[in-house]
Write a protein that binds this ligand. Structure first.
Ligand code: SF4
Length: 252
């Protein structure tokens, strides 16, 4: 079963394609929790749930009432057709972790449909899920933003870092880049070593760093330190444009 949490047409707010008009499909479910990010969201039943800034797309127990179960390709195609998109618009598959559906034939058929329409399909992924590029060749034509989680996510290393998944995506996809979430504190406590350890699995792809923050105020706390770090390392600073523009609003 595939769960779709929301869809909306906006601009890409992060990473290499920041600013690109993009239709977002946010899928429900994730292989991690990332409570270390400390964002709190209140469920419909009034429970405060801690996690990342998209915890509403991670925790089915508390937010699943708003998730739509997708049983056929036509439903996804109808959603696509409800928008009027230029071919140059990207399609962004995000979550949660969209690649938990990587082997789902319906999911793959939707990617093929989107590519057939001429769109670039980009995945926002934590890079810890193996993708079968041989069986599902549509992934070879996709772009992957590898947002590998660092220790500030609160997840154990064994869950966060899957060297084989990173190497495979970097080798077989059309385009891939790293995108790390960094904050003031982690910069003082060894995040550079963590990033070095991860990027050695795919040394030829670009590295973007963006500040931690689920709100504009939080971004402002961390952004200047992240900019200085990027200047030192030669990494690309990525803002979180959607949060900078629309703060904590969803679906924009
Ligand atoms: S991997 Fe991403 S979507 Fe999943 S819990 Fe962590 S930050 Fe949220």
């Amino acid at each position: 079963m595939i769960y779709l949490v929301e869809h909306f047409y906006s601009i890409q707010g992060e990473g290499k394609y920041l600013g690109t008009p993009s239709l977002f499909f946010r899928f429900g479910g994730c292989n991690m929790k990332c409570e270390g990010f400390g964002c709190v969201e209140t469920s419909e039943t009034g429970v405060e749930v801690m996690g990342c800034d998209t915890v509403y797309a991670v925790d089915k127990k508390y937010f699943g009432l708003n998730w739509k179960s997708i049983k056929d390709l036509e439903t996804l195609i109808e959603i696509y057709h409800s928008y009027t998109l230029p071919i140059k618009a990207d399609i962004v598959m995000t979550g949660g972790e969209p690649l938990i559906y990587a082997d789902n034939e319906l999911f793959v058929a939707f990617i093929e449909f989107l590519q057939g329409k001429g769109h670039r399909v980009t995945f926002e992924t934590n890079g810890a899920v193996n993708v079968d590029f041989e069986t599902f060749r549509a992934y070879q034509k996709c772009t992957f933003a590898l947002s590998i989680k660092l220790s500030n996510s609160g997840e154990p290393r064994s869950k966060r870092i899957n060297a084989e998944a990173i190497q495979t995506i970097a080798t077989y996809s059309q385009d891939a880049f790293f995108k790390f979430t960094v904050d003031k504190e982690s910069l003082r406590s060894g995040v550079d070593e963590e990033i070095n350890e991860i990027i050695k699995f795919a040394p030829s792809i670009a590295v973007c760093c963006m500040p931690k923050g689920g709100s504009r105020a939080e971004l402002e706390v961390h952004s200047e330190d992240v900019i200085e770090y990027c200047k030192t390392k030669g990494y690309v600073y990525s803002d979180r444009l959607h949060i900078r523009l629309w703060d904590q609003n969803k679906g924009v």
